[in-house]
Design a binder for this molecule. Structure first.
Ligand code: ATP
Ligand code: MG
Length: 414
């Protein structure tokens, strides 16, 4: 029996990979425009890093991590997300010493042991960005605007921005207590997971998708009514800045994120087109994370975009690239000539294909069609002697007489 890939791990095949490159290039363009630099971090970390940052009582740490013991008896984990690694690197290399304000972006595979389905895989990919060192709500608005700009750049305006505030260590405990009191009376209506969350991580019950839990928690107290003065001002300013740039958003007081490090502003970009895999991008502020990981007390905010979900939203738009020119040849001598011409054209940036093996003319023309070449040309003895050939524009069949010279062909295909 032949060997197949691991369940939930996907190959990204050609044409799909071109869609991915389109997304990746747009992200790099927008992020770099906004002053972000790429950081590349390893895909494995000490398990402890994720337990300490994401939190022991989160779904990710409790049941989704790929954790192994290596040959040296160390517990290592395939990263389930990027922020923890980026902040580990930020602290380890003392990037804050040069400048506490760092704008970093990353992209690459993440790993979570989840039930594979459309838009949810065990190896998936994220593009994320982080700003450290700025408390001001302007940074929150800037990060959100950049995220929205990215979606516009790739031609999507459907995912809509939802924002919330999760408060801070000052005001969240009182909210948590109010929520626990509310949930206590409805405990028997909650699913098994939420009964457990009730003690370990009660805010997560608001995020549960089980209909019974959604019903039971309708009318639950809202964090937004419990924000302390500073958090409340901060949230108001974020909204004001978004209004000032006409960035559309909805306030979703039930949005709690699945990672413990979030404080204050949290957000998601949600779509109605992917069923329960509705979050295409998500993030928030993490003012305590860097110090919690042993670094200085520097705040941060960031997000991660789910690559696979963005690719699904782009639908069946074709991102594959077609050759500019297909060169067909009559015989071996012309094939040598064509090979040199192709080499020159490639050096000049013209996308050229030719027949390598001396196939029949008919089969060469079939290949030109199949590849979707914009132009084709047949080179025989006459063409080589006269130094001219008739190029066929494939879309309308028009024949164009052009010298068989690199510069002339470059001009024609430009
Ligand atoms: P969900 O609620 O869908 O499980 P999440 O809250 O776990 O998402 P985050 O940890 O915030 O997601 O990750 C940010 C983004 O990464 C998500 O919005 C989503 O687009 C993507 N993502 C998360 N988990 C997966 C997965 N298993 N497969 C594909 N994409 C994923
Ligand atoms: Mg999840």
């Amino acid at each position: 029996m032949s060997i197949t890939a691991i369940k939930g791990f996907n190959d990204i095949l050609p044409t799909e990979s071109e869609r991915w490159q389109y997304i990746e290039q747009a992200a790099r363009r927008v992020f770099e425009l906004n002053g972000f630099s790429e950081i590349r971090v390893p895909i494995m970390e000490k398990t402890e890093l994720f337990c300490r940052s994401i939190g022991d009582a989160t779904d990710i740490v409790e049941k989704e991590m790929y954790t192994f013991t290596d040959k040296g008896d160390n517990s290592i984990t395939l990263r389930p997300e990027g922020t923890a690694s980026v902040m580990r690197a930020f602290i380890e290399h003392k990037l804050y010493a040069q400048d506490p304000v760092a704008k970093l972006y990353y992209l690459g595979p993440m790993f979570r042991y989840e039930r594979p389905q459309k838009g949810r895989y065990r190896q998936f990919h994220q593009i994320g960005a982080e700003i450290t060192g700025v408390n001001a709500p302007l940074a929150d608005a800037q990060v959100l605007n950049m995220l929205v700009q990215f979606f516009r750049e790739i031609g999507l305006d459907e995912p809509s921005l939802q924002i919330n505030s999760l408060g801070c260590p000052e005001c969240r405990p009182a909210y948590r207590a109010a929520l626990v009191a509310f949930l206590e009376e409805r405990l028997d209506r909650l699913c098994e997971d939420c009964k457990r969350r009730f003690t370990t991580n009660p805010l997560r019950t608001l995020d549960c998708k089980v209909p019974g839990c959604v019903e039971a928690t309708a009318g639950a107290p809202s964090m937004l009514d419990h924000l302390c003065g500073d958090c409340s001002d901060h949230f108001a300013s974020v909204k004001r800045y978004l209004d000032s740039t006409a960035t559309p958003y909805n306030i979703n007081p039930r949005m709690v994120r699945g990672l413990d490090y979030y404080t204050r502003t949290t957000f998601e970009l949600v779509t109605s087109l992917l069923g329960s895999q509705s979050a295409v991008a998500a993030g928030g502020r993490y003012d305590g994370l860097i110090s919690q990981l042993g670094g200085p007390a520097i705040p941060g905010i960031g997000f991660a975009i789910g690559f696979e979900r963005v690719a699904l939203l782009l639908g069946d738009k074709d991102f594959s690239r077609q050759p500019d020119l297909f060169i067909a040849t009559m015989g071996a001598g012309e094939r040598d000539f064509a090979f040199r011409l192709m080499h020159e054209l490639l050096q000049s940036g013209v996308r050229v294909e030719m027949d390598y093996e001396g196939k029949s003319l008919k089969s060469q023309m079939r290949r030109a069609d199949k590849l979707g070449a914009r132009y084709s040309v047949v080179i025989g003895e006459n063409e080589v002697t006269s130094g001219k050939a008739s190029f066929k524009r494939m879309e309308d069949g028009e024949q164009i007489e052009v010298p068989l010279k690199c510069a002339d062909i470059v001009n024609m295909t430009a």
